[in-house]
Design a protein around this ligand. Structure first.
Ligand SMILES: [Zn+2]
Length: 157
């Protein structure tokens, strides 16, 4: 699996998880890669910094929050320009949280059921391990890491 550093045309940086570089290129060409902050699909891949070290398993057991959105996800409203990037990011995350159903630990199962037409297609979020995310990506199911600001996380629990 590839964890790519991406940036939209508005300069928002974010991480995307893809089965391979080819999977990234395919999804990008299909307009499926979008900025989590502004939903821009003009995404460029940054040169990956050598900071990624999957061997370092002591990084918080990857209770990564992930979100899968159907390609028909509604466009997000523009945030007022005077907001700081942090405020805009918090707002965007809140918006994603408001528009997605929290399926918690069932994230991987639910994403798979939606993909195979066994469940209604909708935006969901939940917890997935890096291994689960990798398996989903290998099956061609788009998932995305959504780093949730600690401040928001606390109010959510
Ligand atoms: Zn953006």
């Amino acid at each position: 699996m590839k964890v790519l550093d991406l940036r939209c045309s508005h300069g928002h940086g974010f991480e995307g998880w893809f089965a391979s570089n080819e999977a990234f290129e395919t999804q990008l060409a299909a307009g499926l890669v979008e900025c989590p902050v502004c939903a821009d699909t003009r995404i460029v891949k940054l040169l990956s910094a050598p900071r990624l070290n999957l061997g370092n398993a002591k990084a918080p057991a990857e209770a990564a929050a992930a979100s899968a959105a159907p390609s028909s996800a509604p466009a997000k409203a523009q945030a007022p320009a005077e907001q700081s990037p942090e405020a805009r990011w918090m707002r965007a995350v809140r918006e994603v949280l408001a528009k997605t159903e929290d399926v918690g630990e069932r994230f991987a199962d639910e994403a798979r059921r939606m993909h195979y037409g066994e469940a209604e297609e909708r935006g969901i979020r939940g917890q997935a391990t890096r291994e689960q995310a990798e398996a989903l990506l290998e099956e061609g199911i788009p998932v995305m890491a959504l780093p949730i600001p600690a401040a928001l996380k606390e109010t959510l629990q």
